[in-house]
Design a protein around this ligand. Structure first.
Ligand SMILES: *Cc1c(COP(=O)(O)O)cnc(C)c1O
Length: 464
């Protein structure tokens, strides 16, 4: 592992922070006496040993699920903030970190060109989506919420929690919401909100937001953009294909947006974000907290969020990261995103080039973001699924960590030797595919090694 810069970064900064409270009378912490130090060290050794039982998420050969290591400055800022452990519910609990949250959220809204918006951090993308759908439900009572069949599974579930009707719209063979299917539902006249996913979780598909917004003109409904995974790709339009570029360019026209700094934004877990274009929706959050809003007449973030306590440290980490790596097109952060995208395009190119041998890429086209999915070549879908699981294991044995995903069989060409009728008849079925999320900037430089291990893993499975 590379040398961790965090302990070194922390020692000066912690001293600087502590100095600001230096005028207070000294006290002995009741639960950390000197004799406890060695006990704490022993416990931490146990923690280190336990934590070794993990996939190596930080390493470029981990190319499976959506795991991007937090930036060292985020980890250091988070740990530094822990000296204070602020609560961003109210300024009474976190004055500095509330200001930092407001500034950091402004930086994120800036990706979408929004200024007069309402927004805050949440503990996750699920909570960000929940708040957006909660507001949508208040504004369009009794109306339905629609999302594509590839939308995140939590939309349906959180709609259920809020007793809002939710329905799924069919996706095309690249995982994007089908516009004819959407329009058929809109004609029924009872749709209040459409959830548009910019970057689906399974394969990074980008719903055609520009076309959904055109339909909004005709039918009138709210548009919530779920950019929990893919929101940050708005910073690199030049790296996207035309349909995705058009969808991202339209994102400023959404009514609300969810985006996860803990996915692509280099943050520790516990950092989602929700944005509303119209700040007037703040009225729905109105509540009386008899305990907390006393030390400032300025807005307390708890007055505009559903959660009460929230980690001020998450805001501090995000603020620090955006100071170091501003969210600007062409900046270092954007270039890091683009490198993962390049790695995904290169992996897809190699899969297609070598398709005759082992693989079946998606028939309809290349990845839209930095997630690649592909099927193993086999005469039956059962065998293809089995091969995918075996290759997953064989690659893991070679330290390459991929992921698996269930996709509709109809998205792939019939395999050579397969009966076309049988393929068509099985069209509603799912097949287990391999999936690789190439979201780390290092993935670009590591692609040769990833490819070498993938093909070696395939050779192991085929007994070659
Ligand atoms: C990850 C994800 C979510 C859920 O976000 P969490 O932060 O995991 O709660 C929602 N939508 C999409 C598209 C996602 O990729």
């Amino acid at each position: 592992m590379p040398q961790d810069p965090v302990p070194c970064l922390l020692s000066n900064a912690t001293a600087l922070l502590e100095k600001q409270f230096g005028a207070l009378p000294a006290f002995e912490p009741a639960l950390e006496s000197a004799t406890d130090q060695s006990a704490m060290a022993r416990v931490l050794e146990d923690v280190a040993l336990r934590m070794g039982d993990n996939y190596p998420y930080f390493h470029p050969l981990y190319a499976g699920q959506m795991m991007k290591p937090p930036h060292p400055v985020a980890r250091a800022a988070y740990a530094l903030a822990m000296t204070i452990n602020p609560n961003n519910h109210a300024r009474d609990g976190g004055r500095a970190s509330s200001e930092m949250e407001i500034e950091a959220v402004c930086g994120i809204a800036g990706i979408f060109g929004w200024t007069g918006f309402l927004g805050h951090l949440t503990s996750s993308g699920t909570l960000a989506n929940l708040e957006a759908l909660w507001v949508a439900g208040k504004l369009t009572p009794g109306k339905r919420i629609l999302g594509s069949e590839q939308a995140h599974y939590t939309h349906q579930r959180i709609s259920g929690v809020m007793k809002l009707d939710y329905a799924s719209i069919a996706a095309d063979s690249r995982g994007r919401m089908r516009m004819e299917a959407l329009e058929a539902e809109l004609r029924k006249g009872d749709v209040g909100t459409v959830v548009v996913t910019l970057g689906t979780t399974a394969m990074g598909a980008v719903d055609p937001l520009d076309q959904v917004l055109a339909l909004r003109e005709r039918y009138g409904f709210r548009v919530h953009v779920d950019g929990a995974y893919g929101g940050y790709f708005r910073l690199i339009p030049e790296a996207l294909d035309e349909p995705a570029r058009r969808a991202y360019a339209a994102a400023d026209g959404a009514d609300s947006i969810a985006i996860d700094p803990h996915k692509h934004g280099l943050q520790p877990y516990g950092c989602g974000c929700v944005l509303f274009r119209d700040p007037a929706v703040g009225r729905f959050y109105k509540h009386d907290s008899p305990y907390t809003y006393f030390t400032s007449n300025q807005l307390h973030l708890g007055e505009i969020s559903l959660e009460c306590s929230r980690a001020g440290a998450a805001a501090v980490a995000l603020w620090a990261t955006q100071q170091l790596l501003p969210l600007k097109p062409g900046g270092e952060f954007a270039r890091g995103m683009a490198r993962g995208r390049t790695a995904a395009m290169e992996l897809d190119r190699r899969l297609r080039q070598n398709a005759a041998r082992y693989f079946q890429p998606l028939a309809a086209g290349s990845p839209e973001l930095d997630i690649v999915v592909w099927k193993m070549k086999a005469e039956t879908p059962e065998r293809a699924s089995e091969l995918a699981r075996s290759v997953f294991d064989a690659c893991a044995a070679r330290d390459l960590h991929l992921a698996l995903v269930e996709l509709p069989l109809r998205w792939f060409e019939p395999a050579a030797g397969a009966e076309p009728e049988a393929h068509a008849a099985n069209g509603a079925g799912l097949v287990t595919c391999l999936r690789s999320v190439l979201m780390k900037p290092e993935h670009e430089a590591w692609l040769d090694r990833i490819w070498e291990k993938l093909t070696a893993g395939c050779a192991d499975v085929m007994g070659e």
